[in-house]
Design a protein around this ligand. Structure first.
Ligand code: ATP
Length: 334
């Protein structure tokens, strides 16, 4: 189901912004929105610094040549920001007033679920249409099998863990590698399988300390001299990654334990081809949805096809962990 706004089929001006945490592929999505607008003879505007820039009137025209040479760049040329003022009605009023001054009728929001919540409230309060493009490396948004930047982050993590493995093998070490994912273990699970991790700790499954310890003891007995344990930031085992490593070292003295927190490097870098193509498709789909009079929806991909999901559902729904992958990871560690 899509929510429609009868004014919008005559849409002539669209603004695009990036909000929340940045992710690789945001630039490719901006480029796609700008060029799709040019194709349909719609004027396109870029808003600097997300909703805060909207409130401060940082809105400038973008033409097809303003987005040359950005498809391969990480980060976002429009900059991203978090805005507390946009959480207030007064802030959103200012933002709307600035859009109105330029005659802008619609907004493409590239960001995560917080950004979509803001966009949803904004379009309910004012005469403005909003379409979301899911830009976050965590892949934690309902309504799309892949968010923008997720594939790049997976590849960044696997490359880093391959390097960590070299030193783990050389010194017979056990490495705890912490990756992003406060509420969702998609990065840890997929990169854990891709990088051949011994154990994968994700927020969706509480393995428990004792089981972890037993499993590491078993693998030591089976002849493994070094191991990698992937830990999602939001793992529910009840200890942070350093405490976890300490506990294992105390109880498994044969191993030298080290911790590596990959941190913000996971968000940077040139987007993979997958993310560039996804961004290009999502940008076009967003502009076409607005032309069709659709608002309050998010663009996504499902089984290779572009789809739309109402923002309300995308915000409330939970992207589930793939249990088949959990099983694969369990068998691969033997
Ligand atoms: P990430 O996944 O990286 O956290 P996000 O889009 O979820 O990205 P948030 O910081 O949660 O990031 O939200 C981005 C911005 O969206 C906020 O700074 C705020 O301006 C706006 N926003 C979030 N929630 C609301 C809300 N309930 N009402 C109005 N605006 C909101």
């Amino acid at each position: 189901m899509t929510s429609t706004n009868s004014n919008i089929s005559k849409i002539t001006k669209i603004a695009v912004l990036t909000s929340g945490g940045d992710s690789p592929g945001m630039n490719a999505a901006i480029r796609s929105v700008v060029r799709s607008c040019a194709y349909y003879k719609i004027s396109c505007f870029g808003v600097k610094q997300g909703y805060q820039g909207l409130i401060e009137g940082k809105i400038n025209p973008l033409g097809p040549r303003s987005v040359n040479n950005i498809i391969n760049k990480g980060g976002t040329i429009l900059k991203s920001a978090r805005s507390n003022e946009f959480r207030t009605k007064e802030g959103r009023e200012k933002a709307f007033h600035n859009l109105q001054k330029q005659g802008i009728e619609a907004l493409v929001v590239i960001g995560g679920d917080g950004s979509f919540t803001g966009g949803l409230i904004f379009q309910e309060e004012f005469e403005i249409s909003v379409i979301g493009i899911p830009g976050t490396i965590d892949n934690d948004i309902f309504g799309t099998s892949h968010t923008l930047g997720y594939d790049t982050a997976l590849n960044t993590v696997v490359e880093a863990v391959d390097k960590i493995r070299d030193t783990a093998i050389s010194h017979n070490r056990l490495f705890f590698v912490e990756v992003m994912g406060r509420d969702a273990g998609h990065i840890a699970l997929n990169t854990g399988i891709g990088a051949g991790a011994e154990e994968i700790l994700i927020p969706e499954e509480d393995m428990g300390l004792e089981r972890l310890l037993e499993s590491l003891k078993r693998s030591k007995k089976s002849g493994k001299l070094s191991s990698i344990v992937m830990v999602a930031e939001g793992d529910k085992i009840g200890k942070n990654v350093f405490e976890l490593a300490e506990y294992i070292e105390e109880n498994l003295p044969d191993y030298e334990v080290r911790v590596s927190v990959l941190g913000h490097m996971q968000r940077g870098g040139a987007p993979t081809c997958f993310d560039r193509v996804l961004a290009s498709r999502m940008g076009l789909k967003a502009v076409e949805a607005l032309r069709d009079g659709i608002s309050a929806n998010m663009v996504g991909i499902n089984c290779g096809k572009m789809i739309l999901t109402p923002l309300k559902k995308a915000i409330k729904g939970k992207s589930k962990i793939d249990t088949e992958l959990v099983r694969v990871s369990e068998i691969m560690r033997l």
